[in-house]
Design a protein around this ligand. Structure first.
Ligand code: ARG
Length: 461
C-alpha cells in the first residue's frame, strides 16, 4: 500500500471493499488548503522544538507551498488509492521533497487532532461568507420597509385577520430572526476558536511542540484545554449546523408568506421575472420557486443537523471513526445555504407590493374590534365590559353585512351608550396603526425607531 499512513503491522494491504468504505477524499478534499496551513504551522512548531533545522524547515515550507499552488489550480488531485486528504497530501509532499525531510512532518500529530482543527477552520471561513449573505437578506428587507413606510396589511394570528399592521413592521419582524442568526454566528465563533492541534491521537504529544504557536499560526484563539475533548468533541460542528438550519427555517417562514401573498387570492406581491420560473406546459405560469426551494431546503438542513446529532449520541471518548460522518452533512448545509441566500436576497429586493390591495383588505374581518374595546377603556369603561360591547357591535354589523366603520350613530348607540361618535377616530386603519405607540408596536414612529435599532444591531454583529 504505497504511500499509506499506516501498514507496517499488517500482513498485507486493506481489502478493496474496506478501501472503498474507508475512503473520504471525495468530500474531505475541500479541506486540503486548511491541511496545508496546518502543516505549515506544525512545521514551525517542529522547528521551534529542534526537530527540523532551518534548512529542513525551508525545504518543508517550499514543498508545502508547491502543493498549495497545485491544489489551487486543480493539478493536484487525490488518487483512488488515497484514504483521506491527510494521507494524499503527505504522499504528495514526499514525492515533492523526498522522504528524508518530508517524512519528518508527521511527528507529534495525528489525523485526529488535524481533522478536528481543520473542520473548525473551514467553518470559521464559511461563517464569514454566510454572515455576509444573511446581511444581504436583512438589507433587502430593510430597504423594502423603508420604501413602504405607510403601507398596511392585515396582521394575522391563526392565519385569520387579527389587527392591521404596517408592512414595514411585518417585514422587520422577518429581519429580526436573521439579526439573531448573525449574533449566534459571532457567539459560535468564540467557542470555535480553539485549536485541537497538538492533542495527537488523544493523549497529547511527548515532543514538547508548542500548541499555542500552532493555534496562533492558524488564526485560532488558543489551544484546546483537553486533548481528549479537542479530538473527540464535535458540538462546535453541530452548533454550526443548527445555526444554518435555523437560518433556513427563518427563510422558510418568510417563504411561506411570499408564496401565499403571490397567489391570485391574496394578490399582495408580484415577483420579478428574473426571480421566478415558468412551467414547461402551462404558458401563463410564473412560479415562486425560490421561496419554495427555500422552504424545501430548510427540511434538508434540519436533516443534516439531526443526522449529525444522532452520530454524536452516546459516542464514547475519544476519537471514533464515526466522527468522519460529521463532514458530509455540515458541508452540504454550508453549500446549500450559500447557494440559497443570494437568490433569496434578490427575490426579496425585487418584490413589488400591491399596497392598495393590502390596504383594502386590512380592515376586513372586523380587524378594528380591539381598537373599539381599547378606545372604550380610554373612556374609563372596564375592559371586561368594553370587550363585550365591541363584540356586540361586531355581531350587529355582521348581521347587517357591514363593516365596523359603516355603523351609523344610531346603531352605535343601540349597542351601548358608551359608543359615542368619537369612537370613529380609531375606526380607520391609519388611526388604529398610529395609536399602537407602545414599545415594539406598529405605530409608524415606533417602526422607524425599531428599524434604526435593527440596523445598529446588524452593524454591531
Ligand atoms: N477522516 C477522518 C475524519 O474525518 C480523519 C482521520 C482519522 N482516521 C483515523 N483512522 N484515526 O474524522
Amino acid at each position: 500500500n504505497e504511500g499509506a499512513l499506516w501498514g507496517a503491522r499488517f500482513a498485507g494491504g486493506p481489502s478493496p471493499e474496506l478501501a472503498e468504505l474507508s475512503r473520504s477524499t471525495h468530500f474531505d478534499w475541500v479541506l486540503a488548503p486548511y491541511d496545508i496551513a496546518g502543516s505549515h504551522a506544525h512545521a514551525k512548531a517542529l522547528e521551534a522544538a529542534g526537530y527540523l533545522d532551518a534548512e529542513q524547515a525551508r525545504v518543508m515550507h517550499a514543498g508545502l507551498d508547491a502543493l498549495a499552488a497545485r491544489i489551487a489550480d486543480g493539478t493536484l488531485r487525490p488518487d483512488p488509492g488515497d484514504e483521506d486528504v491527510h494521507g494524499a497530501l503527505e504522499k504528495a509532499l514526499i514525492a515533492e521533497i523526498g522522504p528524508e525531510i518530508g517524512g519528518r512532518l508527521r511527528a507529534g500529530r495525528s489525523r485526529n487532532d488535524q481533522i478536528a482543527t481543520l473542520v473548525r477552520m473551514y467553518l470559521i471561513d464559511h461563517a464569514r461568507v454566510i454572515a455576509r449573505e444573511v446581511l444581504r437578506v436583512i438589507d433587502a428587507l430593510v430597504a423594502q420597509a423603508e420604501a413602504h413606510p405607510d403601507a398596511v396589511l392585515p396582521g394575522r394570528t391563526h392565519l385569520q385577520h387579527a389587527q392591521p399592521v404596517l408592512l414595514a413592521h411585518h417585514l422587520q419582524a422577518h429581519a429580526w430572526p436573521l439579526v439573531r442568526e448573525l449574533e449566534r454566528l459571532v457567539d459560535w465563533r468564540r467557542r470555535a476558536g480553539f485549536s485541537p492541534y497538538g492533542g495527537g491521537a488523544l493523549a497529547g504529544s511527548t515532543l514538547g511542540l508548542d500548541p499555542a504557536l500552532v493555534a496562533s499560526e492558524l488564526g485560532l484563539d488558543r489551544p484546546s484545554e483537553n486533548s481528549l475533548d479537542g479530538t473527540a468533541a464535535r458540538d462546535v460542528v453541530a452548533e454550526f449546523a443548527f445555526i444554518v438550519a435555523m437560518t433556513g427555517i427563518d427563510l422558510s417562514r418568510l417563504s411561506e408568506e411570499i408564496i401565499l401573498w403571490n397567489t391570485r387570492e391574496f394578490g399582495f406581491v408580484t415577483l420579478d421575472d428574473a426571480y421566478s420560473t415558468g412551467s414547461s406546459i402551462m404558458p401563463q405560469k410564473k412560479n415562486p420557486d425560490i421561496a419554495e426551494l427555500a422552504r424545501g431546503k430548510s427540511g434538508r438542513l434540519i436533516g443534516n443537523l439531526t443526522g449529525l446529532l444522532a452520530t454524536l449520541k452516546a459516542l464514547p471518548l475519544a476519537y471514533n471513526r464515526d466522527l468522519q460522518e460529521d463532514k458530509e452533512p455540515v458541508f452540504d448545509s454550508v453549500q446549500t445555504l450559500e447557494v440559497l441566500l443570494p437568490a433569496f436576497a434578490g427575490m426579496v429586493a425585487t418584490l413589488r407590493f400591491d399596497t392598495v390591495r393590502m390596504a383594502e383588505l386590512a380592515p376586513q374581518g372586523f380587524s378594528l374590534a380591539t381598537d373599539v374595546a381599547e378606545w372604550l377603556v380610554t373612556q374609563r369603561v372596564p375592559f371586561r365590559d368594553a370587550h363585550e360591547i365591541s363584540g356586540a357591535l361586531v355581531r350587529a354589523c355582521e348581521q347587517r353585512g357591514i363593516g365596523l366603520e359603516d355603523a351609523d350613530d344610531e346603531l352605535l348607540r343601540s349597542v351601548s351608550e358608551h359608543l359615542t361618535p368619537g369612537v370613529r377616530e380609531v375606526l380607520t386603519i391609519e388611526g388604529s396603526v398610529a395609536s399602537r405607540t407602545g414599545a415594539g408596536g406598529t405605530a409608524p414612529a415606533r417602526v422607524a425607531e425599531q428599524r434604526a435599532e435593527l440596523v445598529a444591531r446588524t452593524q454591531a454583529a
